[in-house]
Ligand binder design. Sequence first.
Ligand code: AMP
Length: 400
Amino acid sequence: MKILVINAGSSSLKYQLFNMTNGEVLAKGLCERIGIDGAITHKRPGKENFEKEVALPTHDEALSLVLELLVSAEYGVVASIDEIGAVGHRIAHGGEKYGCSSLIDDEAVAYLETIIPINPLHGPPAIKGIKACRRLMKNIPQVGVFDTSFYSQIEDFRTIYPLPYELYSENKIRRYGFHGTSHRYVSAKAAEMLNKEPSELKIITCHLGNGSSITAVDKGIAIDTSMGFTPQEGIPMGTRSGSIDPSVIPYIMKAKNLSADEVEDLINRKSGLLGVSGISSDSRYVEEAALKGDYRAQLAVKMLANSIKKYIGSYIAEMNGIDALVFTAGIGENSDMLRKMVCSELDFFGIKIDEDKNKSIPRGSAADISDECARVKTLVIPTDEEYMIALDTLNLCKEQ
Ligand code: AMP
């Protein structure tokens, strides 16, 4: 079966078409600046890319163009849209309803609309993407794969905040967790690499990219995660502060005379690596400056490594052990410097990496970077959320 994976953002629409017989990516691309002016990049492995600035007033026009390209004589990869067996949608938030991937029908769309208040940034564009696909691909099953669903089995004493209980029962304020599809994918891959069943393993997965989160996976089930009610909680990120003393927020609002939106912008877009270093949100530039001796860049990198270390320690305590530590996403897969800083002086827990292996991972490859004498395996695994979405979509469609 061929499966189209859609990831709709507020002004973008990413897509990948998989042939699930062999997992091959037939085509992928990105529609950008939807609702502004518009551009598309359409790629097929080993072939010339198609790039064009083109008016894309809404997600409907963007998807129409994608479908046109997928069947076009020049840039197409299928003879007809009917060859696409199903569409899998990346949906950041499934609220409390979706503990696993699910077929999207009218009722599902209606539910996703009800949880927009707790998912104001990612909810509306995801719904637009779903509606566009349902309109333009009428008879093709649509599946939602939710970033939050991997966390549906986390126990309530780990998800409910120590606030007045009514804020949970009435307003649904609790930890939901994000990046679940990535953590689920790499934890399953780790078990495969170690030739073990997930049920035999205690794994800590570190998804370190522009947004970052850490998850404790015990016997294949996520038992805790660093992101919370929003993707703001947890470790410092490219531009997000991660966890801070909550009283800092009202203090800054009063001291700097900032509105709620302004302070939200400050902690979401002006903090983290960018805010501390004053250089960039991109860890490559921050690391480069740190190596040249820039104090604030060093501070940012040390802060990030230390925060990751603290989560690793606390998750080892929560799981009463660890068998494997996994690094993934842009920073996790590419920064040997950060991996080395995180793993230094963790030998008490049995975590020790081989410095040569850590430095010589071919780009895009999975690798075991553990020292020979380490009790815990340290793995670098490229994430593939789109493939995971396609796989869930396939499995759900097979069940129907
Ligand atoms: P992602 O959100 O997973 O796409 O990750 C993007 C981030 O990965 C970038 O903003 C960089 O901070 C980081 N990154 C990518 N390549 C490298 C590298 N070679 N060294 C350090 N960080 C990197």
